[in-house]
Ligand binder design. Structure first.
Ligand code: DAH
Length: 339
């Protein structure tokens, strides 16, 4: 019996030493020390021994049992630590791996150009003011010297929201609101969305953007208007840009001009973009009509002013050589990502 015990213990020691994972060692524990295990079976055979031998062999078996128990639990501990180490090694973070790029987005080209324009005008001392997109007939037309029966209304048909409310057709409405609330000297620009009942095509959209400008002070002349707008055009299109002032008509300015710049596509030679003329029209302007000053409570015998309205969409398409205004509003990322 002692021989068998030795064999069992030796075999168990070998098996434990060779064991490489936690489930194997648990199987060994059951195999040797479990209820139906080999050592337990030996203890059960004790009854066949003589009374003399029984305590001796009993002590030996118990000693062997204890020894194996300790061995197995030490091995269990060892395997557990090993498994943990393996797991940690497998899960190490490789901090040298390139990170997933963060998509930050960027400004829409209209906003980039708008920001540039705001910077240019702010550097010349202009404030930025805001105006409502839903306007009254009074602010959008009447007060700008365009009474209900004026033919100039035909050029700016819009969307009406009832009797007197409409979507503003021009940021010029902001001129009036400014003159009603501020006293001269006034120097403001008002960027914003405007609306017209236009058919959509490559150069027209029922929603587009303007930047209105207004200066009112004592002794303001056409020279000031020319100086400010020439400076602006050169800042936006480059210092060799030529600027042309053409006589025009707007009901709220007298005299009125339209302003062209040398075509940025061909440099003035004439191309498809400028329809062969070498020039591109970018804005309307003029000296504020005395009637407009008067209706805002400003005495035209003391004060004078100039105003201008710039088309932001036109400025953006010419600057980035975009051939179709619709691209600005479709929000196709493949297009927008290029700017
Ligand atoms: N409001 C005009 C338009 O939409 C543009 C304009 C012309 C604005 C002359 C002005 C101006 O302030 O003085 O066609």
């Amino acid at each position: 019996m002692q021989e068998t015990l030795k064999e069992i213990v030796n075999a168990a020691k070998e098996a434990v030493a060779a064991c490489s994972d936690e489930s194997q060692i648990e199987n060994l524990r059951v195999q040797y020390l479990g209820k139906k295990g080999q050592l337990t079976a030996l203890l059960k055979q004790m009854g066949s021994l003589s009374a003399e031998e029984r305590p001796k062999v009993g002590a030996l078996v118990n000693q062997a049992k204890q020894e194996l128990e300790e061995l197995i639990s030490a091995k269990k501990q060892e395997l557990k630590i090993k498994a943990q180490e393996n797991k940690l090694n497998e899960e190490t973070v490789d901090i040298t791996m390139p990170a997933k790029p963060v998509k930050t987005g960027k400004l829409h080209p209209l906003n980039t150009v708008l920001d540039d324009m705001i910077n240019i005008f702010q550097s010349m001392g202009f404030d930025v003011v805001d105006g409502p997109e839903v306007e009254t007939d009074y602010y959008n037309f009447e007060c700008l010297n365009v009474p209900a029966d004026h033919p100039a209304r035909d050029m700016q048909d819009t969307f009406y929201l009832g009797e007197n409310l409409l979507l503003r057709t021009q940021t010029s409405a902001a001129q009036i609101r400014t003159m009603e609330t501020r006293k001269p000297p006034i120097r403001v620009i008002c960027p914003g969305r405007v609306f017209r009942a236009d058919e959509v095509d490559a150069t027209h959209s029922p929603v587009f953007h303007q930047i209105e400008g207004l200066v009112v002070d004592k002794g303001v002349t056409m020279c000031d208007l020319k100086g400010v707008l020439e400076e602006f055009a050169r800042e936006i299109y480059g210092s060799d840009t030529k600027v042309k002032f053409r006589p025009s008509f707007f009901p709220f300015t007298e005299p009125s001009v339209e302003v062209d710049v040398t075509c940025s596509e061909c440099g003035g030679k004439g191309c498809r973009v400028c329809k062969g003329s070498g020039w591109i029209e970018i804005l309307g302007a003029g000296m504020v009509h005395p009637n407009v000053l008067r209706s805002c409570g400003i005495d035209p015998d003391v004060y004078s002013g100039f105003a201008f309205g710039i088309g932001l969409d036109r400025l953006t398409t010419t600057r980035y050589k975009i051939s179709d205004i619709r691209l600005l509003f479709e929000n196709d990322k493949r297009f927008l990502e290029q700017f």
